[in-house]
Design a binder for this molecule. Structure first.
Ligand code: CDP
Ligand code: MG
Length: 737
């Protein structure tokens, strides 16, 4: 085994160390490209740290939180100092830096926030935007801001690092700066397409096909590790299980005749790993270690292994052709994570993972005709998302004319307009397009503007911030609160899990159910055991706890009062018909102020249904009211309850109650084969109609949200500039992921 120092010297970047340093000294903008795994992320910032003492602080951005953590751990190890000393990381809700940190890895969202607070980025001598090819929304906005920073502070060094070759665009954007190319050392990769599979037809069964292909490789191909690209935690966990089952059924002695390879090349031992952006999977060291002789590693991964992390020893790649991506859904006006087919550039990157240390093979589960039909490049996130937080961030930086912001690729103008009207509906900007006090407060929370709005109104209007903060902390995470046994675990367990869920459910729906679960968990000393016994996801609650305390810090800094809502007395009927019913009066949290708070953020996410039916219609009041004349049937979308919804249980158990539901509010929509609502609670139409927000819908038509009404706007802007220096932001930065 080479020492960590030797490992460093073996990387392709090493030969170019001096040239890189010279280039950085000479230019203020520099684009660096090189194959994934060549040492850009871990080495280049270290060269600056070690060889350029004149550089004070180096900031490096990563699109993924998980990359910021693992890379900074690796680099502090290589540098020989404890994490958080010379080398550290800062991501939302997690700070591992100190006053002596000179090399700071962070998410692009964090640097974006820092640029909002201090447009000169005065703490840094060098800023490196890494993984620029990923073109996250934050990265794209950063580009625009960095150009501004450069005008204010020409001595700041700005590096853009990217894996793909299409970097002319970056160079063009940054005043045609030089491109430093680190030649790759890659081996040929043989590409094997499926003979006839069309990518659209593959969509419904790519997981099992991927498992079969990985199994084929395991039983028919020579030694070498396998990397399978899937889309998310659920399909990866399923694939791992299916693959293990297949291996367990395999009798090597009996099945050995199926082997095409010679005896000494046979691999019988296999270890299976999931890899997705949770710390547990990223911290299994074994994934990142070479396999023993005679043993094979099979890794089922999300896109994180495409360019962000490098797993050594991969000789075979299985490319499902799919990725999970944030996409804007114009029907509902929301962002949702959708499984979509990848681009040609992504497919090429994926195949490339097989040829890092030796010749390899890439199995594509789709035909070569399908490959030809894929788009050349992945569409930048900015062109497929709702832009809400971004536009708010820009407004907060006093960039009122968002439509003319210096974007590397301009976002779709109609999406910007849509974001502007949503921000107006939330009360974050006024009718001259200028950020309001409320909007400023909202932008301090590292949450979606919708949730931030909810928290603020729970404190300022409805006196239930304690409860709402709890619910929002759970909703801010992306883990489901309840665990569902898989069908193979048997009917009994499924029934048991259902029973637990029903016991914890609140009749109004998911928001209050979350609160019930949280309270029960606290009553049971936050025990893991209680979670296990009740089919509750401990991780979701533990995460929420840490998020909650950080949200409370922000709320305190904003001087938002923390108040518990009142308890009300309700009559509860116990027992079934046989035992004879008994009535008892219990005290419970009043759901009304809690739900009304949520409605201040989500009053455009509502749906209604006719009694006796199970399908809801999305109600788009902004379209109904503001564009009365042009309103078409596109405002109506069929929506269904997600099976994990509390209200959905009640439907199964008690159809009468379900038929009483008329209006619901939902947090977001996901897509399976149909549009499914998640985070759903019952509401009353009256609450919507009498809400403050609803009035804004009417005002929308006459507002100048991009600050077009010049005269009024200039007056406002002056006023804003005058008092913004007086109240320099006191809130700690955190990213907007
Ligand atoms: O950024 P780029 O893809 O060019 O390469 P890198 O991330 O700097 O990785 C360089 C080398 O460091 C690779 O061989 C990785 O396997 C290794 N590495 C590691 O062992 N542990 C990490 N957490 C990150 C990188
Ligand atoms: Mg990298």
């Amino acid at each position: 085994m080479p020492s960590i120092d030797q490992e460093r010297r073996l990387l392709p970047t090493y030969e170019y160390k001096q040239d890189l340093i010279d280039a950085i000294r000479e230019h203020s903008f520099l684009v660096v490209i090189g194959e994934t795994g060549s040492g850009k992320t871990t080495q280049i910032p270290q060269y600056i740290l070690e060889e350029m003492p004149e550089m004070k602080k180096i900031g490096v951005t990563q699109p993924r939180r998980i990359a910021a953590i693992t890379v900074s751990k690796r680099v502090s190890e290589e540098h020989g100092t404890p994490l958080g000393k010379d080398v550290g990381y800062l991501i939302r809700f997690d700070d591992h830096t100190s006053s002596s940190t000179r090399l700071k890895y962070m998410t692009d969202g964090i640097l974006l926030r820092e640029a909002v607070q201090d447009p000169t980025l005065s703490q840094y001598s060098v800023v490196i935007v890494d993984e620029a090819h990923e073109r996250t929304l934050e990265t794209d906005v950063l580009f625009g801001l960095l150009k501004k920073t450069h005008r204010l502070r020409p001595e700041l060094k700005i590096l853009v690092m990217s894996a793909t070759l299409d970097v002319e665009k970056f160079s063009d954007f940054f005043d045609e700066c030089p491109i430093f190319e680190i030649p790759g050392r890659t081996f040929p990769v043989q590409i094997i397409h499926h003979q006839s599979m069309k990518i659209n037809a593959l969509k419904s069964n790519f997981v099992s096909t991927a498992v079969e292909t990985a199994f084929y490789i395991h039983t028919k191909e020579k030694a070498g590790d396998v990397l399978v690209f899937l889309t998310g935690q659920a399909d990866i966990d399923r694939a791992c299980q299916e693959f293990k089952d297949k291996c367990n059924e395999l009798d090597y002695n009996r099945d050995v005749k199926y082997y095409d390879v010679e005896d000494e090349e046979q691999v019988k031992d296999v270890s299976v790993y999931p890899l997705y952006a949770s710390l547990e999977t990223m911290e299994q060291r074994a994934v990142f270690e070479l396999s023993r002789r005679g043993s094979r590693k099979v890794v089922f991964s999300t896109n994180v292994a495409q360019t962000s992390v490098t797993i050594p020893g991969i000789k075979y790649v299985v490319d499902s052709g799919f990725v999970k991506e944030k996409s804007y859904d114009p029907n509902t006006g929301m962002d949702a994570l959708l499984v979509t087919s990848i681009s040609k550039a992504a497919a090429t990157q994926r195949a490339g993972r097989a040829g890092r240390t030796a010749p390899g093979k890439a199995y594509r589960l789709y035909s070569s005709e399908s490959f030809e039909q894929l788009p050349d490049d992945t569409i930048p996130e900015i062109q497929r998302s709702s832009l809400l937080s971004t536009v708010l961030a820009l407004k907060r930086m006093n960039i009122v004319d968002v439509l003319n912001f210096e974007f590397i690729d301009k976002p779709d103008e109609t999406l910007v307009m849509k974001a502007l009207s949503q921000l107006f509906l939330l009360g974050a900007i006024d009718n001259h397009g200028v950020i309001t006090e409320l909007g400023k407060q909202m932008s301090q929370f590292p949450l979606s503007p919708y949730l931030s709005r909810v928290i603020i109104s729970s404190a300022m209007e409805y006196e239930c911030s304690e409860e709402v903060l709890t619910i929002a902390s759970v909703l801010a995470g992306d883990n489901d609160l309840f665990r569902a046994p898989s069908p193979r675990q048997g009917e009994d367990l499924i029934a048991e899990a259902e029973k637990c869920k029903l016991k914890l459910a609140h009749h109004s729906g998911d928001h209050m159910t979350i609160l019930n679960v949280w309270n029960e968990w606290r009553r049971n000393d936050e025990s893991r055991r209680w979670c296990r016994d009740n089919w509750v996801n401990h991780k979701a609650l533990a995460n929420a706890k840490s998020v909650r305390s950080q949200l409370i810090d922000i709320a305190n800094q904003l001087k938002l009062p923390m108040v518990r809502t009142r308890r009300i007395e309700v009559e509860r009927t116990n027992g079934g018909k046989k035992e004879g019913r008994s009535k008892e009066v219990v005290r419970e949290v009043d759901a009304v102020p809690v739900l009304k708070s949520f409605l201040t953020g989500y009053y455009t996410n509502i749906a209604n249904k006719a009694s006796g039916r199970s399908v809801f219609s999305h109600y788009a009041p902004d379209q109904h009211l503001a564009e009365k004349s042009s309103h078409t049937s596109s405002a109506l979308v069929a929506l269904y309850l997600h099976p994990l919804c509390a209200l959905s249980d009640m439907f199964d158990r008690n159809k009468t109650r379900y038929s009483q539901i008329e209006w619901v509010m939902y947090m977001h929509v996901t897509y399976t084969n149909r549009a499914v609502m998640k985070g759903v609670s019952k509401i009353l139409w009256d609450w919507v109609r009498s809400g403050k927000g609803h009035e804004r819908i009417r005002q929308l038509a006459t507002a100048h949200l991009n600050g077009v009404d010049k005269k009024k706007f200039d007056k406002k802007r002056k006023q804003l500039l005058d008092d913004s220096s007086a109240q320099a932001s006191s809130v700690e930065s955190s990213d907007t992921e």
